[in-house]
Design a protein around this ligand. Structure first.
Ligand SMILES: Nc1ncnc2c1ncn2[C@@H]1O[C@H](COP(=O)(O)OP(=O)(O)O)[C@@H](O)[C@H]1O
Ligand SMILES: [Mg+2]
Length: 298
């Protein structure tokens, strides 16, 4: 193995995934290569339906029913997990990888207090109990800059705002000290100011030895918070590289189209703007044209 290979918390090579249903196989990922280096935030960008979530599901052993890896390799925290079954995956979740999803409510138990849920994670993954677990719980909530952590600990999920809940979910993902945190559109459900706070928090998490895979369709976010990115469309990686390199000289027409619609990170004062649905429709039309041209040339 090369140095580069050992310094990655996640390495996906030529990954092909299809979904088999009622005798039909639909290709979803068609040769995805992607690396998340240690201590870095790597972005996976592309519009809806491109395969972003499917990559995160493959990398956490959570492919949907009928989902099959037909080719390629996934190496997570040094484990070749390509053929892992559920029993082999279970000990890796939390320790090697944890996930932050778009909707924090799906990750929280509605009838248990926040403190109890965080302490469950601390007991299960780090063996902390009693006063020690409580102390660590408060410390983690302070770290994610939740005001009044003592109140949050006693609250039920519905008593917190969306932004607070997402911080709690990040706390729970972080509490296990995983090597890799995967955040799939973590701020889509939040308002713009809270989005920024949550994204800054995610950026801070990429400390020594940890990597973050941030899934987003917002290239403004990528410019501000990520080190490198991969652009996915139609289940293929179209382009990848360091953020400055890709933004300065995008090689792919699709990336150029995405960038043309994004506030420039080298022009201070630009705010993070969500990409509009109309723009996404336009980009999808351009991408389809591109696919047709490529198919015609092949
Ligand atoms: N459970 C499923 N069964 C069948 N097809 C699915 C399933 N989940 C996603 N897909 C398909 O896989 C493709 C990629 O989806 P996804 O990874 O969710 O895209 P993204 O996260 O980029 O929006 C889409 O065409 C979607 O329709
Ligand atoms: Mg998705």
């Amino acid at each position: 193995m090369t140095d580069q290979a050992t310094d990655a918390v996640l390495r996906i090579e030529d990954l092909h995934v299809e979904i088999r249903k009622a005798g039909h196989a639909t290709p979803i990922l068609r040769g995805v290569n992607l690396t998340v280096p240690v201590g870095r935030v790597h972005a996976l960008v592309g519009e809806s339906g491109g395969g972003k979530s499917m990559v995160t599901k493959a990398a956490t052993g959570l492919l949907p029913t009928g989902g099959v890896i037909t080719q390629g390799r996934i190496v997570l925290d040094g484990h070749d997990v390509t053929r892992y079954g559920e029993a082999q995956w279970r000990p890796l979740r939390g320790g090697s990888v944890s996930m932050v999803l778009q909707d924090p409510l799906t990750a929280l138990n509605p009838v248990r207090r926040i403190g109890a849920q965080i302490m469950d994670v601390l007991r299960l993954h780090r063996g902390l109990r009693g006063a020690e677990a409580e102390r660590e719980c408060i410390q983690l909530l302070e770290m994610v800059q939740l005001r009044e952590p003592a109140r949050v600990v006693r609250a039920y999920p519905h008593e917190l705002s969306g932004g607070m809940r997402q911080r709690v979910v990040i706390t729970m993902a972080w509490a296990c000290k995983p090597r890799l945190i995967i955040c799939d559109e973590p701020t889509t459900a939040l308002d713009v100011t809270v989005q920024k706070q949550v994204l800054r928090l995610i950026h801070r998490l990429a400390g020594d030895g940890q990597g973050v895979l941030l899934v987003t369709h917002d290239l403004g976010v990528v410019a501000k918070l990520c080190h490198s990115l991969s652009v996915i469309h139609g289940g293929r990686i179209l382009e990848e590289g360091a953020v400055e390199q890709v933004y300065a000289a995008p090689r792919h027409a699709y990336t150029r189209a995405l960038l043309a619609a994004t506030p420039r990170f080298d022009q201070p004062g630009h705010e993070l703007l969500p990409v509009s649905d109309a723009l996404i429709d336009q980009l999808m039309a351009e991408a389809r044209d591109y696919d047709r041209q490529r198919a015609a040339m092949a």
